[in-house]
Design a protein around this ligand. Structure first.
Ligand code: AMP
Length: 287
């Protein structure tokens, strides 16, 4: 079945309301396009138990902290619509920037504290832009459920908090990270890696795995676990570590000691490409 491509807020509202009038469950999968199997897993998860799956494709200008990153973000809308249809999506909502921001946005949604660490610390304004556009998409589509990847675990924690704090009647559903066979998490930015950088990139997942295993096998401290990961990454002169942290899995804020399940999250630069990844861990007997 082809997925219907809708470009305006009015059209998507009309179609979603018609589906709801028939008693249907509405699911939303927000994306920025350039779709790959990671997005595919979100659509598959949304498909289960939904009557109407809406995939939004919008490269949101207000979440980019660097103009060069925004300009380098290329999507092929026809290919993405085909991808959505093949995965069983019903509607693809791909608005233009003026459709979403007819005037410069003056109202922003900001989740305090949760964005002070990890990516939020290094990408000023990023989460404010993400949360604002997700809130707008939630008001436009009014889904029952919305699907987010654990790849962006801090984003997931922040969206959960925004939804709870603002009493939005939307279930936030997390989806596990989809990886290449060599462990590299799928990302639209992976295609920017040179062959040499691509060959090195799985070192990020391996370093996270080393830290994970230290914690799981002998209850290493935060410092020991971090050092194991940082030492592994230091072997690669092409890799520049932005952060490597052990965090609370619910809030994604750094912890001092490990008393239960944690997430280990990292961001690195390989040339001009920034990669993020994370894994879960827990000390022995605490899984
Ligand atoms: P993006 O298009 O990069 O904004 O991502 C849209 C959604 O897809 C977000 O919820 C991401 O967390 C999710 N996503 C991206 N890559 C992956 C992946 N490798 N595995 C699982 N989810 C992903």
């Amino acid at each position: 079945m082809p997925a219907d491509l809708l470009n305006t807020i009015a059209e998507v509202r009309r179609r979603v309301r018609a589906a709801r009038a028939q008693g249907g469950t509405i699911s939303l999968v927000p994306t920025m396009g350039a779709l790959h199997a990671g997005h595919g897993a979100l659509i598959d998860a949304a498909r289960r138990g939904s009557d109407c799956v809406v995939v939004s494709i919008f490269v949101n200008p207000i979440q980019f902290d660097r103009p060069d990153d925004y300009e380098a973000y290329r999507i092929d809308l026809a290919a993405d619509v085909g991808f959505c249809a093949a995965r069983g999506a019903d509607l693809v909502f791909a608005p233009s920037a003026p459709e979403i921001y007819p005037e410069p946005q003056k109202t922003f949604v900001e989740v305090t504290e949760l964005g002070d660490h990890l990516c939020g610390k290094f990408r000023p304004g990023h989460f404010r832009g993400v949360v604002t556009v997700v809130a707008k998409l939630f008001h436009i589509v009014e889904p029952d459920r919305a699907f987010f990847g654990e790849k962006d675990a801090q984003q997931l924690a922040i969206i959960r908090r925004m939804t709870a704090d603002l009493n939005m009647p939307i279930e936030i559903v997390p989806v596990p990270i989809v990886r290449e066979p060599d462990g590299l998490a799928l990302s639209s930015r992976n295609r920017r890696l040179s062959p040499e950088e691509r060959a090195i990139a799985p070192a990020l997942f391996r370093a996270l795995g080393l830290a994970r295993d230290r914690i799981a096998s002998r209850a290493a401290s935060v410092g020991e676990a971090r050092q194991a990961g940082l030492d592994a990454l230091a072997k690669y002169p092409l890799i520049r570590v932005e952060y490597f942290e052990v965090v609370d899995p619910a809030t994604m804020t750094p912890v001092d000691r490990i008393a239960g399940p944690v997430r280990i999250a990292a961001a690195v630069w390989l040339g001009s490409t920034r990669l993020i990844d994370n894994v879960s861990s827990a000390p022995p007997g605490k899984i």
